[in-house]
Design a protein around this ligand. Structure first.
Ligand code: SF4
Length: 113
């Protein structure tokens, strides 16, 4: 099996090739250890930062995101938790609006007075 990945850890966007034969994975094309780690994680347990919006109690909406990447397999469950959140303003960028949702905090992505 051969997989081609684009590393997203920095703007260089290195093309990383993962060859798997008899359970042995061979990585090439990365230019630093972060790239190899990205490719290893992407093969075993891909993760993404989740972005969405939650309701404010006055009817407005607040953009939010997870403060770290979460496993792609947990993304729907994380969205279900996000959809239940109601926040009361004021709120600042970076404020935690819900702690420990599948290992990440949900934080405000905007300041709203
Ligand atoms: S492999 Fe290293 S240099 Fe290349 S995109 Fe990833 S982080 Fe950047």
């Amino acid at each position: 099996m051969i997989r081609e990945l684009t590393c997203v850890e920095c703007p260089m966007g290195c093309k990383i090739t993962v060859k798997e034969e008899n359970g042995v994975k061979e990585f090439s094309g990365y230019n630093c250890p972060r790239g190899k780690m990205y490719a290893e994680n992407e093969i075993v347990d891909p993760k993404r930062v989740v972005t969405s919006t939650v309701k404010l109690s006055d009817g407005r909406v607040l953009p939010v995101k997870t403060d770290r990447p979460v496993s792609k397999k947990d993304m729907f469950a994380v969205m279900e938790q996000i959809n239940k959140i109601i926040v009361t303003a004021p709120v600042k960028t970076g404020d935690i609006v819900k702690e420990n949702v599948y290992g990440a905090n949900i934080i405000s992505a905007r300041t709203i007075k």
